[in-house]
Ligand binder design. Structure first.
Ligand code: PHB
Length: 421
C-alpha cells in the first residue's frame, strides 16, 4: 500500500543537522517530516567523533534544556600539540575566550532524538530515499520506501538533504551524486576504542618521526586513540600489542594506559565541497554538502552552522514569502565551509607525514609547528579556528529561541537562555 504525506519541509537524514533543523523550524511553527534509512537504535549507536565548538554547545543548550553536554560531556580549555618530543599547550580561553566540549555525536543524537520525539516530531526510521521529484519546482517531493517496504511519498514546500556524505539528495542539487571539489589524502587513521583510564586529560595531537597520533577520550573508562596509517590498511590485521606499540612510538614522553581494544577501524580522509548547495527548493547541509578530514574536528560543527543559516532562511521563505535569505544561503554557508576546509587541510598537513616526505619536508614541518606554538599570533590562529568562528546571522530577529552563535564566554551554566526576551 503506498502512502503520500504532505508537510512543509521534508528532511532527509536524522543526524544532528536534520534533527536540529526540525527543532528550529518547529520553534517558528513550521512543520517537517524526517526520513532516515537507519533505525533509531542504529543512529544512537554509531560511534562518531565529538568535539563541539563553543557556538554548537550554546545552540544545544538553547534548544534543549535536557542536553547532557555539561554532565556527560566535558569542557576542554585546550589541546596539546606535541612534536620533537615536547608538548605545547594551546590555551583556548586565554587566547580567544572560548572552549570546546568533548561530547560524542551519538550522545548528542540520543538527546536530540528524545527532544524531537518527545515533541511529537514525525520521524520515519528505516525509510530508504530513492530520489527527489523536483518536477514541480515549488513543491518538491521525496520518493522513498518505508520500513515495511511500501512506497512512501512526501510532498513538501522544501526538501533538505541532511543525508551525509553518500547523499541521495545531492544528485538533485548538483546534477550528479558526486559533483564537487575533491581532495584525497595518501594516509588514513587507524582508530581504536579501548577500556582504560585516560592517558591525558586533554587531547594530544602528536607529530612524530613515526607519523601522527591523536590521544582522545570518551569517558573515565573508555578512550579513543588514532594513529596515521595507509588508506588501504586492514583494521583486523595488527595484533593488539602491535597497535599499542604503534601508538606508544608516536607519543614519546607519555606512557599510554593500555587496556582491552573493544573496537578498531580505518578512517579514510576526504575533503569535499559540492558544486552547488541549493537548487530551487532543495538544499544540502552538513556532510551531504561537504566533508572534511577529521584532524580539525569540524564535521558536526559545520553541519550545525549550515542548519542555523538554513533554518533562518526557511523561516523567512515559508513564514513570510521572503526569498532573500534562501537566495544567499549557499554563498553564506560556503564562506564558513571553505575556512573550515582550509583549517582541516592545514591541521592535517601540519601534523601528518606524507609517504613521499623527505628530510627537507620534515624539517620544514617542524619549522611550521614552531611558528604556530612560539608566537601568540600562531596560537591564536589555531585556537580561533578550533573553537569555531563566530557565526554571522543576518536576521537575528527571525530566530526566536536559538542563539546567534556569536562568541560567548566559556560557561558550564546549562540554564542559560538566548535570543530576544
Ligand atoms: C575523537 O575523539 O574521536 C576526535 C577528537 C578530535 C579530532 C578527531 C576525532 O580532531
Amino acid at each position: 500500500m503506498s502512502t503520500t504525506i504532505r508537510t512543509r519541509v521534508a528532511i532527509v537524514g536524522a543526524g544532528p543537522a536534520g534533527l536540529i533543523l526540525s527543532q528550529l523550524l518547529a520553534d517558528a511553527g513550521i512543520e517537517s517530516v524526517i526520513v532516515d534509512s537507519r533505525s533509531r537504535a542504529e543512529i544512537e549507536s554509531t560511534i562518531r567523533a565529538g568535539i563541539l565548538e563553543q557556538g554548537t554547545v550554546d545552540l544545544l543548550r538553547a534548544i534543549d534544556p535536557a542536553t547532557r553536554v555539561d554532565t556527560v560531556g566535558h569542557r576542554h580549555d585546550g589541546i596539546e600539540l606535541r612534536f620533537h618530543g615536547e608538548g605545547h599547550r594551546i590555551d583556548f580561553p586565554s587566547l580567544v575566550g572560548r572552549s570546546v566540549w568533548l561530547y560524542p555525536q551519538h550522545e548528542v543524537l540520543k538527546d536530540l532524538l528524545a527532544l524531537r520525539l518527545g515533541a511529537g516530531q514525525d520521524i520515519r526510521f528505516g525509510a530508504t530515499v530513492e530520489s527527489v521529484d523536483d518536477s514541480n519546482a515549488l513543491h518538491p517531493a521525496v520518493v522513498a520506501t518505508d520500513a515495511q517496504g511500501e512506497p512512501l511519498r512526501i510532498d513538501a514546500d522544501f526538501v533538505v538533504g541532511a543525508d551525509g556524505s553518500r547523499s541521495v539528495v545531492r544528485a538533485t542539487v548538483t546534477g550528479s551524486r558526486s559533483g564537487g571539489y575533491l581532495r584525497e589524502y595518501p594516509f588514513a587513521w587507524f582508530g581504536i576504542l579501548c577500556e582504560a583510564p585516560p592517558s591525558s586529560q586533554e587531547l594530544i595531537y602528536s607529530n612524530s618521526d613515526q607519523g601522527f597520533a591523536l590521544i582522545s577520550q570518551r569517558s573515565p573508562q573508555v578512550q579513543r586513540m588514532y594513529f596515521q596509517c595507509d588508506p588501504d590498511a586492514d583494521a583486523a590485521a595488527p595484533s593488539d600489542a602491535e597497535i599499542w606499540d604503534a601508538l606508544q612510538a608516536r607519543v614519546p614522553g607519555t606512557t599510554l594506559h593500555e587496556g582491552p581494544i573493544i573496537q578498531r577501524d580505518v578512517l579514510r580522509f576526504r575533503s569535499f565541497v559540492a558544486h552547488e548547495l541549493r537548487r530551487d527548493r532543495v538544499a544540502l547541509v552538513g556532510d551531504a554538502a561537504h566533508t572534511v578530514p577529521p584532524t580539525g574536528a569540524k564535521g558536526m560543527n559545520l553541519a550545525i552552522a549550515d542548519v542555523v543559516l538554513l533554518a533562518e532562511a526557511l523561516r523567512a521563505l515559508l513564514g513570510e514569502g521572503d526569498e532573500r535569505l534562501i537566495d544567499t544561503y549557499a554563498e553564506r554557508a560556503l564562506d564558513r565551509t571553505w575556512k573550515a576546509q582550509h583549517f582541516s587541510w592545514w591541521m592535517t598537513s601540519l601534523l601528518h607525514t606524507a609517504p613521499d616526505a623527505g628530510d627537507f619536508d620534515r624539517r620544514r614541518q617542524l619549522g611550521e609547528l614552531r611558528t604556530v606554538v612560539e608566537s601568540e599570533a600562531g596560537r591564536t590562529y589555531l585556537a580561533e579556528a578550533y573553537t569555531g568562528w563566530p557565526q554571522r546571522v543576518e536576521r537575528i530577529s527571525s530566530i526566536t529561541k536559538a542563539p546567534t552563535m556569536e562568541s560567548t564566554p566559556a560557561t558550564t551554566n546549562s540554564s542559560r537562555k538566548f535570543g530576544p526576551a
